[in-house]
Design a protein around this ligand. Structure first.
Ligand SMILES: Cc1cc2nc3c(=O)[nH]c(=O)nc-3n(C[C@H](O)[C@H](O)[C@H](O)COP(=O)(O)OP(=O)(O)OC[C@H]3O[C@@H](n4cnc5c(N)ncnc54)[C@H](O)[C@@H]3O)c2cc1C
Ligand code: SF4
Length: 411
């Protein structure tokens, strides 16, 4: 590993106009970090990565690098891109593990302001870290028993071991962030209660946790699950030996691989067109694990045998253009739907003045403020289901806007 990443770093050209950086949604200063690494200055390299993206250690593992930094690297045009994710992983992991106390000590003196964070996924964690470092008193409210959001309850452990979230929990504790887990805002406590109790600003990072349904017959049957619910605690769901997964995105690949690792013998993913929406790496790994993919089948309903499909009509490029006449019945123990997610509407129903777009995401202005004064939002609840690095991008912007709103930094 060490030799591999040193060789990778040595291949970097240190471009003056680095395309890798342009390809990264948070514009990681890749050539600078690689130069520090080559100079054996791991502390500066780690600090630079953490400052730009507190989730660097996670992004190094779960980002779609071939579409982002590595996919843009100039060396890739000539042969092989610099494998920056491996370098980033090495630097960030050791930096976070070794520097928790040092980061915490570097926080500014208390500024007398306090903020409430609703949701502890990547967006909530990044805002909590940024505000705590600026000297704010921060409290996180999280409805689940543990923090982490999708990192803890979505992405399977075999892709992202739980120790990563544990490192962030330790950092938040060291920073003095209070974590009220098992507490749903929009239930007994509402956003108005947070404002009444003296929080100067509130951040909403509640993600997109309601499975999108297709509104077809059979989705409420006992032999059906939604992928996002299944992944929260797969051990509690008896899916049997044969599983049909409806959908071919990244969540569907995680569901298929989880089911296979938990004893299913036959897992088939169904695409209603001629391709897949998951990243090529994820598809390859799902196939390696033993999943099959069938194309051009549109689910119509689910009965006691399993899903009933109608053959799709596809154009030459494999795009869906309509439904054919032929019906195809598949037999399986369980059908799991993975056709995207939308935000839950608990906060909308319980917060006067909080508005959503037609897609059900929270409306925010250019300063990441929702339609309620002092209440900010970012991450999947604003963008709809996206990625960790996009949640970080939005959270950084929201944290800066919250600091301006509280007059901790000037506008
Ligand atoms: C199965 C799966 C696999 C994925 N794989 C990848 C991947 O490989 N790479 C990648 O970049 N992205 C991946 N993503 C997407 C990525 O994880 C999300 O885009 C990201 O986690 C969004 O962060 P967030 O902080 O906005 O929301 P979340 O991570 O969803 O966190 C929201 C948190 O808010 C809490 N919450 C919700 N409502 C309330 C409430 N009313 N009160 C209190 N707490 C509340 C939730 O319990 C949760 O902990 C994946 C998503 C899924 C579902
Ligand atoms: S584009 Fe590739 S070679 Fe150039 S700085 Fe980035 S990683 Fe190095």
């Amino acid at each position: 590993m060490a030799l591999h990443i040193v060789e990778e770093a040595n291949r970097c050209l240190g471009c003056r106009h680095p395309l890798c950086r342009e390809g990264c949604p948070v514009h990681t200063p890749i050539p600078e970090v690689i130069a520090m690494f080559k100079n054996r200055d791991l502390e500066s390299a780690g600090a630079t990565l953490f400052d730009n993206n507190p989730m660097s250690v996670i992004c190094a593992v779960v980002c779609n690098h071939s579409n982002q930094c590595e996919g843009h690297c100039i060396q890739g045009k000539k042969g092989m891109s610099i494998h920056f994710s491996a370098i980033e992983s090495y630097i960030s992991e050791s930096y976070l593990e070794r520097n928790t106390q040092k980061i915490a000590i570097s926080k500014a003196a208390p500024n007398g302001h306090s903020a409430a964070i609703i949701g502890s996924g990547p967006a909530g964690i990044v805002v909590a870290i940024k505000l705590a470092l600026a000297g704010c008193e921060v409290t996180i409210f999280e409805q689940k028993p543990r923090i982490g959001g999708v990192l803890e309850y979505g992405i399977p452990d075999f892709r992202l071991p739980n120790r990563y979230v544990e490192n962030y929990r330790e950092l938040l504790v060291a920073l003095g962030v209070k974590m009220r887990t098992a507490t749903t805002i929009g239930g007994a406590l509402k956003i108005d209660d947070l404002l009444r109790d003296g929080y100067d600003a509130v951040f909403v990072g509640t993600g997109a946790w309601r499975a999108r349904t297709l509104g077809i017959k059979g989705q409420a049957r006992g032999n059906v699950y939604f992928g996002i619910d299944y992944l929260v605690n797969p051990g509690s769901c008896d899916v049997g030996e044969t599983v049909a997964v409806i959908g071919v995105g990244n969540v569907a690949m995680d569901v298929a691989r989880t089911a296979l690792r938990r004893g299913a013998h036959q897992v088939t993913l169904y695409s209603n067109w001629g391709g897949v929406s998951a990243s090529s790496d994820e598809v390859e790994l799902a196939e390696l694990d033993g999943a099959d993919i069938e194309y051009g089948l549109s689910v119509e309903s689910v009965n006691d045998r399993g899903p009933l499909f109608r053959k799709s009509v596809l154009d030459e490029a494999g795009k869906f253009v309509g439904l054919g006449d032929e019906e195809i019945q598949k037999d399986c123990d369980t059908t799991i739907f993975c056709v995207s997610q939308v935000p839950k509407n608990k906060l909308l129903l319980t917060t006067k003045g909080l508005e959503a777009t037609d897609a059900g995401t929270l409306k925010v202005d250019k300063n990441s403020m929702t339609t309620v004064d002092g209440v900010f939002a970012a991450g999947d609840v604003v963008t709809g289901p996206k990625t960790v690095v996009h949640a970080v991008e939005g959270a950084k912007k929201a944290a800066e806007a919250m600091l301006r709103y509280m007059h901790i930094v000037s506008a």
